[in-house]
Design a binder for this molecule. Structure first.
Ligand SMILES: Cc1cc2nc3c(=O)[nH]c(=O)nc-3n(C[C@H](O)[C@H](O)[C@H](O)COP(=O)(O)O)c2cc1C
Length: 303
C-alpha cells in the first residue's frame, strides 16, 4: 500500500491531485462521472463579486498539443455561488478551493471576505492574473509590488489559507513568488496560461473573438516544469504545480521538480476521468518503485 496523502501544512490532502480552476466547472458538473471524494481536491471556476458574461466568441481554439482559451472569466459571481452551489459542496470529504478574482485589489478582498463567512472551503486560490481596470489592464501577477499588495490585502480579511496562483507571462517568476510569500501566502500555485494567439488565413482574422487568449495543455508543460522548479527553489511555502499534466508521469515530474501537489486542467476536457487515472497511475508507479509515501518524491530531483 502506498500512502498518497500530502501535508501542505495548512491542509492535508488525501492525494496530491487537484482539478484546476476553469476546467472543472463548480465541481458539481463532474459528479455524474465519478465520486468527487476520490480527488485530493478541486478548484472551482474563478469568481468575481458579480456575475460575468466573459469575452465574445469564439473563445476556444485547438493548437498542436494545446488549447487557447479566451473565456474571460465568465462566472455566476460569489453570492450566487455561496447560495446555490456551496451548500452542495460543503459536506464533501475532499478539499474544495475557490479561485478568487478581482478587477482591483479591493474586489479580491471583498470576494475573499464574503467567502470566509461561509463554511465548507479548505482554502482560497488567488487568481492574480485578472486584468486590473485601474492599472490599464495589467494584472497583479505581472509585478512583485502589486502581487505583494493584493496578497496582503486579502490576508487581512480572511482566515482561510491562501494559495497565490502565478502567471507565466513574466520574466522573473521567482521574484513574484517571493513577493507573495513575504505578504503571507500559505502556498503558491503555478502556472496559469501563456498569452497566445491564432490566425485564420482565409478571413485574415484572429481565431479568437478577444484576439488573444491563454495557451494550456501539453504544449506548455516544459515551461511550467521549469517555472515550478525555479519557484520551489526560491520559496519555503509549498508549491502546487500545473501546466500540461495529462499522465501520472507528468505529475511525477512536477513533484520531483519541487511541487508538493499538482493540478490537472486541460486534460479534463479530453478525458473527464483524467484526474482519477493520474491518481491510480501515481499509486502504481510508487508501488513499482518501492516508494511508501508519495510525498517523499517532492523535490527529489537530482541536480
Ligand atoms: C478553459 C479554461 C478556463 C480557465 N479558467 C481559469 C480560471 O477561472 N481561473 C484560473 O486561475 N485559471 C484558469 N484557467 C487556467 C488553468 O487553471 C491552468 O492554470 C492552466 O490551464 C494550465 O494547466 P493545464 O495545462 O493543465 O490546463 C483556465 C484554463 C482553461 C483551459
Amino acid at each position: 500500500m502506498v500512502d498518497l496523502s500530502v501535508d501542505l501544512g495548512f491542509l492535508r490532502l488525501k492525494n496530491p491531485v487537484l482539478a484546476a480552476s476553469g476546467t472543472f466547472g463548480y465541481g458539481l458538473e463532474f459528479k455524474p462521472f465519478y465520486d468527487l471524494e476520490l480527488l485530493g481536491g478541486f478548484v472551482v471556476k474563478g469568481l468575481y463579486l458579480k456575475p460575468r458574461e466573459g469575452n465574445k466568441p469564439p473563445r476556444l481554439v485547438e493548437t498542436p498539443s494545446g488549447l487557447i482559451n479566451s473565456i474571460g472569466l465568465q462566472g455566476i459571481g460569489v453570492e450566487a455561488f455561496c447560495r446555490e452551489v456551496l451548500p452542495e459542496l460543503a459536506g464533501l470529504n475532499t478539499a474544495v478551493i475557490v479561485n478568487v478574482c478581482g478587477e482591483e485589489e479591493d474586489e479580491y478582498a471583498r470576494v475573499a471576505e464574503y467567502l470566509s463567512r461561509h463554511q465548507g472551503l479548505a482554502a482560497l486560490e488567488l487568481n492574480i492574473s485578472c486584468p486590473n481596470v485601474r492599472e490599464g489592464g495589467r494584472c497583479p501577477a505581472q509585478n512583485p509590488e502589486a502581487t505583494y499588495r493584493t496578497v496582503k490585502k486579502v490576508k487581512q480579511v480572511t482566515s482561510l489559507p491562501l494559495i497565490t496562483k502565478l502567471s507565466p507571462n513574466v520574466t522573473d517568476i521567482a521574484s513574484v513568488a517571493l513577493a507573495a510569500e513575504e505578504a503571507g501566502t500559505e502556498a503558491i500555485s503555478l502556472i496559469n496560461t501563456l498569452l497566445a494567439m491564432a490566425i485564420d488565413l482565409e478571413t485574415r482574422k484572429p481565431r479568437l473573438g478577444n484576439i488573444m487568449g491563454g495557451l494550456s495543455g501539453p504544449a506548455i508543460k516544459p515551461i511550467a516544469l521549469r517555472m515550478v522548479f525555479q519557484v520551489a527553489r526560491a520559496v519555503r511555502v509549498p508549491v502546487i504545480g500545473m501546466g500540461g499534466i495529462f499522465t501520472a508521469e507528468d505529475a511525477l515530474e512536477f513533484m520531483m521538480a519541487g511541487a508538493a501537489a499538482v493540478q490537472v486542467g486541460t486534460a479534463n476536457f479530453v478525458d473527464p476521468d483524467a484526474c482519477l487515472k493520474i491518481i491510480r497511475g501515481l499509486e502504481s508507479w510508487a508501488d513499482k518503485h518501492g516508494i511508501k509515501k508519495i510525498s517523499e518524491l517532492s523535490g527529489s530531483l537530482r541536480v
